[in-house]
Design a protein around this ligand. Structure first.
Ligand SMILES: [Mg+2]
Length: 358
């Protein structure tokens, strides 16, 4: 199923993140060329804003060189606490759309939104908008069917970019793409390629997998796919899902136990479908049923050692209903996974299919 499903990957990359936070927190700096990186002349810059870039200042540039290019450059000390705090706030915005989030750094992350019904570009647009409104910071976003292309796309229209590469556009896009844009090609590989007259991914496509393996060793076979825009690497979430559940709020309260029980079948079928889609070999530890009553109190009954069945869900529902015997607004059914120390990437790969109900 996964193989046939086109993935929807978003790469979000904040625009000169550290410098942008400093300028936001001190608006008098707004028109100035600003860099972050500590004041020592022997240090290097971590980030600089676009005003500084106009002078040829770049991140990772030694401070003394940056000051040569731009003598009035404002160089501020690094405030990692502040950057981490903002990064967490951005994370919370991502979590409104998916749990399948793979951060690359404080200011960059992949999101897999394949399980969402909405268009991925619309989601990326919403995320950018919320980051701007809630944090006063600007993000660029790339949208594509895989990670490599999403990362290229987020850089394509920077700053404040939103660029999508559709599956149907990949061939055309790749043929002219400079090889340096391929994720994993560093300066050395780039020089090696240029020395062989290879400048674009189109040039690279003329080589067989075997030839590429001769030139690049193990990376060669990967390169064979990457230069064609093929990249199957999953977005690997840094957090492990602890449960899956489905729940529904009803337009009219359910007044009786029978009315509640009549809803279990559909809910349980949805839960089962989500569990199947997860294809996880993780052990299910508990079944639970959650009710929210007309007075807005809620109760959850969970039990380990129960078979995951509709009958048992009904039994838990009955027990939960008996706690208050008030009309019910919401029913949820779910399972909790057994605790574990490490999750394999295969499991995480399948994780995204079920984020709808997480
Ligand atoms: Mg960035």
């Amino acid at each position: 199923m996964l193989g046939n499903m086109e993935r929807k990957i978003i790469h979000i990359d904040m625009d000169c993140f550290y410098a942008a936070i400093e300028v936001r927190d001190n608006p008098s700096l707004r028109p100035e060329p600003v860099a972050v990186g500590g004041r020592s002349l022997r240090g290097v810059l971590t980030t600089c804003n676009y005003e500084a870039r106009r002078f040829g200042v770049r991140s990772a540039m030694p401070n003394f060189m940056a000051l040569k290019k731009c003598p009035h450059l404002v160089i501020l000390p690094v405030r990692f606490d502040a950057y981490r705090r903002e990064s967490l706030r951005i994370r919370k915005i991502f979590e409104r759309y998916t749990d399948l989030i793979e951060p690359l750094s404080l200011d960059e992350a992949f999101l897999d939104v394949s399980s969402r019904k909405e268009d991925a570009k619309e989601i990326a647009f919403q995320i950018k908008k919320q980051i701007r409104r809630e944090l006063g910071l600007v993000a660029s976003a790339g949208v594509a069917p895989n990670k490599m292309l999403a990362k290229i796309a987020s850089d394509w229209k920077k700053p404040d970019g939103l660029f999508q590469i559709l599956a149907s556009e990949i061939d055309g896009f790749m043929s002219d793409l400079p090889v340096s844009k391929i994720w994993g090609i560093g300066k050395k590989s780039e020089e090696k390629l240029h020395s062989k007259g290879i400048d674009t991914c189109g040039d690279l496509q003329a080589f067989t997998a075997l030839q590429l393996a001769h030139i690049f060793g193990k990376f060669g076979s990967e390169l064979y796919n990457l230069c064609r825009g093929i990249d199957d690497r999953p977005v690997v979430s840094d957090r492990i899902r602890k449960s899956i559940s489905v729940e529904r709020t009803f337009p009219a309260n359910l007044d009786t136990l029978e009315a509640c029980l009549s809803k279990i079948e559909t809910l349980f079928a949805e839960l089962e479908e989500d569990i199947l889609r997860l294809k996880s070999d993780r052990q299910i530890a508990k079944l639970f049923v959650k009710l929210k009553f007309a007075d807005f109190t809620r109760t959850t009954i969970e039990r380990s050692g129960l078979k995951i069945s509709r009958k048992n869900a009904e039994m838990l529902c009955q027990e939960a209903f008996g706690r208050k015997a008030l009309p019910v607004r919401l029913i949820g059914i779910g399972v909790r996974f057994a605790g574990e120390t490490r999750t394999s990437s295969r499991q995480l790969q399948f994780d995204f299919a079920s984020s709808r109900s997480g």
